[in-house]
Design a protein around this ligand. Structure first.
Ligand code: ADP
Length: 422
């Protein structure tokens, strides 16, 4: 196995988002869950996205998992490794974006490192080092209410400096638009030799410049926007033909969705789904208290699955989340709910579900781990950043899935995605 381009993603939905971008750009891409073993055969591939679950993990554990993934990727001959983070820069003052970037850069021996979460296609732009979500500064966007990593500062240099030992400088959009040489010149004039360089980008042209720039180094940190730029630059450098993807093979079986994201977008999508399919809103207190709520959810699903898809959701408003966290603790609440949703996913598969949509990054991680999935083939795009996935060699039969980051997808995401997975 070898690949032209590779990424280490800090969560599973982020990984499939990037795999989607790479596939659309013309790279044959596979998404693995965890570090693949040498024996795993993926056929001809151009790119590999290793999905880890390290966004909210303790720093030491997160850094060592990222380094283990990097070791494997270098061993198979990958020159550039992108560290894929969320386009809303999801992290806390404790980490982990800064620390993981530092560790990867130190290992590679390079000087500066490019960092940009810009992904204009989904409304994430960076201007003068500040991150905007649909034209609103990050700290004024719904991300300020995230249950695990509320984002309270749009200034990425400040955010990163709280997590990293490296100085941070901004590569402004005027320089990026002036092209590669202008960027190189500006970087040479920064007062430090080993800075993190927060790069502005407001459109795909900017990302193409940044992709070429990043490819001159061994490691970069970014979201799918930077992934797009890297894919373009890689295809140019290797004079490779873009491949034209074919559809995924269908899996049949029942279909269902699980939501653990509490993002404003997912809450809207659940409300719309209620007009199209049976929806069970779980009682989070009872979900934490023990297995009875899980059993009730599965009984609900079994009553409806023969006639069409169901949606089971733990998602709640920021006020309800805050109350629950006050009572049980932030991480404990998140973890308990993720485990319960994963148990529901397992029960659904036992009940004949073969097509499964999951909303929420951490939630998807828990579900995919519990189902014991090792890798995914990437299919067509269901919504920007959300591809169809098909498991590869899943014991008990392959599954068609979609792993949706909480903020992604239009209002009709659930009924639409469920009808398109075959
Ligand atoms: P997103 O993609 O929106 O970030 P995640 O799944 O990563 O979604 O994060 C949502 C977190 O909120 C998870 O840890 C999940 O278990 C937790 N959660 C889900 N429902 C509730 C609830 N009702 N109260 C508190 N936390 C919840």
């Amino acid at each position: 196995m070898t690949a032209l381009l590779a990424a280490i993603a800090d969560d599973y939905t982020g990984a499939s988002d990037l795999a989607n971008t790479w596939r659309k750009s013309g790279l044959r891409t596979v998404q693995t869950i965890g570090v693949p073993t040498d024996e795993e055969a993926f056929g001809e591939i151009d790119a590999i996205v290793v999905s880890l679950k390290i966004r909210s993990a303790p720093v030491a554990e997160a850094v060592s998992s990222a380094l283990a993934a990097e070791t494997l990727l270098r061993a198979i001959g990958v020159r550039h490794v992108m560290y894929k983070v969320c386009s809303t820069f999801d992290s806390t003052d404790d980490g982990n974006i800064g620390q993981i970037t530092d560790a990867l850069v130190e290992r590679s021996g390079q000087g500066w490192v490019l960092v940009t979460p810009a992904f204009p296609e989904t409304g994430r732009t960076v201007y003068k080092g500040n991150l905007f979500v649909n034209d609103v500064p990050l700290n004024e966007s719904p991300l300020r209410h995230h249950p695990l990593n509320p984002m309270l500062d749009a200034n990425l240099a400040r955010v990163l400096k709280r997590q990293s030992g490296r100085p941070a400088h901004v590569l402004d959009v005027q320089t990026v638009k002036a092209g590669l040489d202008a960027c190189r010149e500006k970087i040479a004039y920064f007062p430090d030799t080993q800075p993190s360089i927060i790069a502005d980008a407001i459109d795909d042209g900017d990302l193409e410049v940044l992709g070429r720039l990043a490819l001159e180094t061994a490691v970069s940190t970014g979201a799918s926007g930077l992934g797009y730029g890297l894919a373009k630059a890689t295809l140019e450098t290797h004079h490779s033909e873009s491949f034209v993807a074919s559809g995924l093979q269908s899996v049949g079986g029942h279909s269902a969705a699980i939501a653990g994201s509490c993002s404003a977008r997912t809450l809207e999508q659940i409300a719309v789904a209620e007009k199209h399919m049976p929806v069970l809103r779980l009682d989070p207190e009872r979900l934490i208290a023990g297995p009875r709520m899980v059993d009730e959810a599965l009984a609900f699903a079994r009553r409806h699955l023969e006639t069409g898809p169901v949606l089971i959701a733990a998602s709640a408003s920021p006020e309800a989340v805050a109350l629950l966290q006050l009572e049980h603790g932030k991480l404990e609440t998140g973890h308990a709910i993720e485990c319960a949703l994963a148990a529901i996913a397992l029960g659904l598969v036992d009940a004949g579900v073969r097509r499964l949509v999951v909303a929420g990054g951490e939630t998807s991680g828990a579900v995919v781990d519990t189902l014991g999935i090792r890798s995914f083939e990437i299919g067509e795009e269901l919504a920007p950043g959300v591809p169809m996935l098909r498991t590869l060699g899943q014991p008990g039969g392959d599954l068609a899935m979609a792993l949706k980051s909480g903020n992604f997808g239009g209002e009709d995401f659930f009924p639409e995605a469920l009808s398109r997975l075959t």
